[in-house]
Design a binder for this molecule. Structure first.
Ligand code: ZN
Length: 178
């Protein structure tokens, strides 16, 4: 399949609740092609996550894959490809954590977001089978970022301190822990 153009902040699709994937859409060729396009676009752009509204499709589908030795995010614990469909999140702690986040739809920028430290994710896979996943630490932040896309929320809307918003170059120069 092919890498698609990324929708950027300001596009109304990124502000809307995405439509759920319906029962008769699971295991369809259309769904498979859409997931392939999302994967190819994520790889082309060098992202660790992507959501369908980011390629202009209002569907509750998000992908996360954290490769080993990923340059953009430093030495994060890798995670194999996770395909999240029709998700819901339940937080399993009141404890919070703060990470710098970036987003393909807000290119060139980074900013700190404080989110819950652990969660329980309920979702369906591409066959429609239901799953429950417990996640914590940075991986929990990535899940919240991607699921937010499906609910029409960008990370900049979650920032509690806009002073931490930074261009990538300045982030590397002044804030990177290298
Ligand atoms: Zn994003």
């Amino acid at each position: 399949m092919t890498a698609k153009k990324i929708t950027r902040m300001g596009n109304p699709l990124l502000k809307q609740m995405a439509l759920p994937v319906l029962n008769d859409e699971f295991q369809s060729l259309e769904l498979k092609n859409l997931i392939d396009d999302l994967y190819d676009t994520m790889k082309e752009e060098g992202g660790i996550g992507i959501a369908a509204p980011q390629i202009g499709i209002s569907k509750q589908i998000a992908l996360i894959e954290i490769p080993e030795n990923n340059e953009r995010y430093g030495n994060l614990p890798p995670h194999e490809l996770l395909i999240i469909i029709n998700p819901s999140i339940e937080f399993t702690t009141a404890e919070t954590q703060t990470f710098y986040e970036g987003c393909l739809s807000v290119p060139g920028l980074r900013g700190q977001v404080t989110r819950k430290k652990s969660l329980r994710l309920t979702y369906q896979d591409p066959t429609g089978s239901p799953h429950v996943l417990e996640a914590s630490d940075f991986f929990a932040t990535v899940i919240q970022h991607e699921v937010d896309h499906l609910f029409g929320i960008l990370y900049v809307e979650r920032m509690s301190n806009l002073k931490t918003l930074s261009f990538n170059e300045e982030f590397e120069q002044y804030h990177s822990k290298k």
